[in-house]
Design a binder for this molecule. Structure first.
Ligand code: NDP
Ligand code: MG
Length: 393
C-alpha cells in the first residue's frame, strides 16, 4: 500500500527539498500525496501537485483561488484557498505530514495535522516556540510521532536514539554564526537585507536566513531543544562552528559525546524524518574528511547577538512568553525587510515587546491555541507601535 503524505509549505525551501526526495523515492508510484500547500507561488504549487498527482493543492492566500484553478485546469486536482481550506487540508488523514510553513502561520495547520496520528515531520520550529506544550500534548493524545527536521534537532534526536534521558548531561547546539560572525557592531548596524540573507553555508528561505544573521534562529533553536528534549536551558550550549558539518552533539554523564555529522544539505534531515525508523539511501554528497581538513569552533558572543540572551530569559519566564518572543521577532523582521528599522534594532524591538508583555505571558498557565494566536497578534501590534514611535522621533 502506498504511504499517504501531505506537505504544508511545499513551495518553500524545505518543501521543495521534500518534494524532490519524494520524487527520488518513487514519486506517485510510492506515495499517495493527499495535500500540498503554498502561499504566493501558484505556478510551482500547481506544477508540484501535477508531478506528484496530489489530490488537493491549497494556497493560504484566499485571493489566489482563481489563479490556482487555472493552473490546475484539466488535472483533476482539487484547488482550494484561504485559511479554513488550509486547515481542512491539514485535517485530511495521512501517515506522514511535513510541517514546513514559515512562521507562526504554521502552528494552526500543524495542530490540525497531529490529530491524524502517524508522523509529524516538523520543520516549523515556531510552533514549538509558541506552543510547544500544546503541540506535544496533542501528539501524545493522538499517538503522533513528532520528528524534528531542523538539522540541529534531527542531529540531537539521532544522537539520543537508544539512550536513557537521565544519561544526558548537555546538548551542544552548533551554529554557523551567520554572515556577520566576524563583523563589528558598527558594521552590523548598517547591514542591509541583501547582506543579511546571504547565509554562508545553508541554502534556505529568506526569513530563516536573516534570522541566522541575527542569531534569532539559534535563539528559537535553544527554546526548541529545551521543549523537545526536556533539557534545562543551562545544559544547552551554543557553539559557533562555521563549517556546519557537525549538526549538533549530545554530551553524556560518562563524558562521552555523540555528534551527528554530514553535509550542509537539508535533504539529510528531511530524508531521515521521511524514512524513520529506517535509513534509506539519500542523494546527498558524501563527506570527504581529508578535503575538509579542519573543523573550527568558537564560543557564541551574546553581547553582539542579544537574541541568545533573550532566549534564555524566555525559557526562564515560561508560560506563553515564547509566543510573544516569536511574534515580536517576526514583526521585527518584517520592519527590517521594509527598511523601517536597522539590523540591530530587531533585537531591541523584541526586547522592548518582551518587556511589555512577558509578565502577563509568563503568568498564563493554562491556555489553548486561541490564546497563543491572540498573544502573537498582540506582540506584533506592540512591535508595530514601537516602529511607528521610533520613526516619528
Ligand atoms: P520558505 O520561506 O522558503 O517557505 C515557506 C513556505 O510557507 C512556502 O511554501 C510559502 O509559500 C509558505 N507560506 C509563507 N507564508 C505563509 C502563510 N502566511 N501561510 C501559509 N503558508 C505560508 O521557508 P523555509 O522552507 O526556509 O522554512 C520553512 C520552515 O522550516 C520555517 O519554520 C523554518 O524555520 C524551518 N526550517 C527551514 C530550514 C531551511 O533549510 N530552509 C532549516 C530548518 C528549519 P510561497 O512560497 O508559495 O509563498
Ligand atoms: Mg537549524
Amino acid at each position: 500500500m502506498r504511504r499517504k503524505v501531505s506537505i504544508f509549505g511545499a513551495t518553500g525551501s524545505v518543501g521543495r527539498n521534500t518534494v524532490s526526495l519524494l520524487e527520488a523515492q518513487g514519486g506517485p508510484e510510492a506515495y499517495e500525496v493527499v495535500a500540498l500547500s503554498g502561499a504566493s507561488n501558484i505556478a510551482l504549487l500547481a506544477d508540484q501537485a501535477r508531478r506528484l498527482r496530489a489530490r488537493i493543492a491549497v494556497t493560504s492566500d484566499a485571493g489566489r483561488l482563481e489563479d490556482l484553478r487555472r493552473a490546475l485546469e484539466g488535472s483533476g486536482i482539487e484547488a482550494a484557498a484561504g485559511t479554513p481550506a488550509l486547515l481542512d487540508a491539514a485535517s485530511e488523514p495521512v501517515d506522514w505530514v511535513m510541517s514546513a510553513i514559515v512562521g507562526a502561520a504554521g502552528l494552526a495547520p500543524g495542530m490540525r495535522a497531529v490529530r491524524n496520528g502517524g508522523v509529524l515531520a516538523l520543520a516549523n520550529k515556531e510552533s514549538l516556540v509558541c506552543a510547544g506544550d500544546l503541540l506535544q500534548a496533542a501528539c501524545k493524545a493522538h499517538g503522533t510521532a513528532l520528528l524534528p527536521v531542523d538539522s540541529e534537532h534531527s542531529a540531537i534526536f539521532q544522537a539520543l536514539r537508544g539512550e536513557a534521558p537521565e544519561a544526558v548531561e548537555r546538548i551542544v547546539l552548533t551554529a554557523s554564526g551567520g554572515p556577520f560572525r566576524d563583523w563589528d557592531p558598527a558594521e552590523m548596524a548598517r547591514a542591509t537585507p541583501a547582506q543579511a540573507r546571504a547565509h554562508p553555508n545553508w541554502d534556505m528561505g529568506e526569513r530563516i536566513s536573516i534570522d541566522s544573521a541575527t542569531m534569532f534562529n539559534k535563539a528559537l533553536e535553544v527554546i526548541e531543544a529545551h521543549v523537545l528534549f526536556g533539557v534545562a536551558s543551562a545544559s544547552i550550549e551554543v557553539l559557533v562552528h562555521p563549517q556546519s558539518i557537525i549538526h549538533s552533539m549530545v554530551g553524556f554523564r560518562d563524558g562521552s559525546i555523540i555528534a551527528q555529522i554530514g553535509p550542509s544539505d537539508m535533504r539529510g534531515a528531511i530524508g531521515f524524518a521521511l524514512n524513520w525508523p529506517e535509513r534509506r539511501g539519500l542523494p546527498v554528497e558524501r563527506l570527504d574528511f581529508a578535503a575538509l581538513a579542519r573543523l573550527d569552533f568558537a564560543a557564541a558572543d551574546q553581547a553582539r547577538f542579544p537574541a541568545l540572551r533573550l532566549a534564555r530569559e524566555v525559557i526562564a519566564a515560561g508560560g506563553l512568553t515564547g509566543a510573544v518572543f516569536n511574534g515580536a521577532k517576526e514583526a521585527a523582521l518584517d520592519a527590517f525587510l521594509a527598511g523601517r528599522i536597522g539590523f540591530l534594532d530587531m533585537a531591541r524591538l523584541v526586547e522592548h515587546v518582551l518587556g511589555e508583555l512577558a509578565t502577563d505571558a509568563a503568568a498564563t498557565e493554562s491556555y489553548g491555541l486561541d490564546d497563543v494566536l491572540t498573544l502573537d497578534s498582540e506582540a506584533r501590534a506592540r512591535a508595530g507601535a514601537w516602529v511607528v514611535s521610533r520613526s516619528s522621533c
